[in-house]
Design a protein around this ligand. Structure first.
Ligand code: IMP
Ligand code: MG
Length: 174
């Protein structure tokens, strides 16, 4: 198995501190209203857990698995739900929690889908965003870090299913 070199971009301490800030901001914006976090598996799982712990409003959680990627590094633009939510979201405040926005296809599709299902409000929170790669516009409410066009791993993000468990965010040097 090839071994890639990984350069640390954001340490575990930095990421956790940033997530605390996001949690405080989201809690303030929600003004006591409950929120359903929709965690997009598998990449956002680490982020969603950490974020949920920092919210002071009532939190509900659900999980969805979508795929638009193979084992490579390019989005196909064609999104498919492989594991759906357990419960309807009609009338709820939904916060989609994603690891990274790249082309924007995944979140464009999901925010449309959740509107169609009758959510009262659909918000998006992503740990990372690569605006240079955007192919479709997505209104993002909360972003951890805006990053350049590099392939990143760790804190839930994978390269061909590896490196999710790295406690920091790192860039792969191919
Ligand atoms: P989009 O639909 O192109 O915005 O792709 C979003 C999905 O692509 C994310 O949920 C990730 O799973 C994956 N992805 C995009 N860029 C990266 C990266 O740099 N590292 C790991 N996964 C990535
Ligand atoms: Mg992924």
């Amino acid at each position: 198995m090839a071994k890639e070199k990984i350069e640390v971009m954001y340490s575990e301490e930095e990421v956790n501190a940033r997530i605390r800030e996001l949690g405080a901001q989201i809690s303030a914006d929600l003004k006591g209203e409950p929120v359903k976090l929709v965690c997009i598996l598998k990449g956002a799982s680490f982020f969603a857990c950490e974020l949920a712990k920092r919210l002071t409003v009532p939190v509900y959680m659900d999980f969805m698995y979508v795929s638009s990627y193979g084992n490579g590094t390019e989005s196909s633009g064609n999104v498919r739900i492989t594991k759906d939510l357990d419960a309807p979201i009609e009338g709820e405040n939904v916060l989609i929690v994603e690891d990274i926005i790249d082309s924007g296809h995944t979140l464009h599709y999901l925010s449309q889908e959740f509107q169609n299902r009758g959510a009262a409000k659909v918000m998006i929170c992503t740990l990372l965003s690569k605006p240079d790669r955007r192919e479709v516009d997505v209104p993002v409410d909360y972003v951890g870090y805006v990053i350049p066009d590099r392939f990143v791993v760790g804190y839930g993000l994978d390269y061909a299913q590896r490196y999710r468990n790295l406690p920091y965010v790192g860039a792969v040097e191919f």
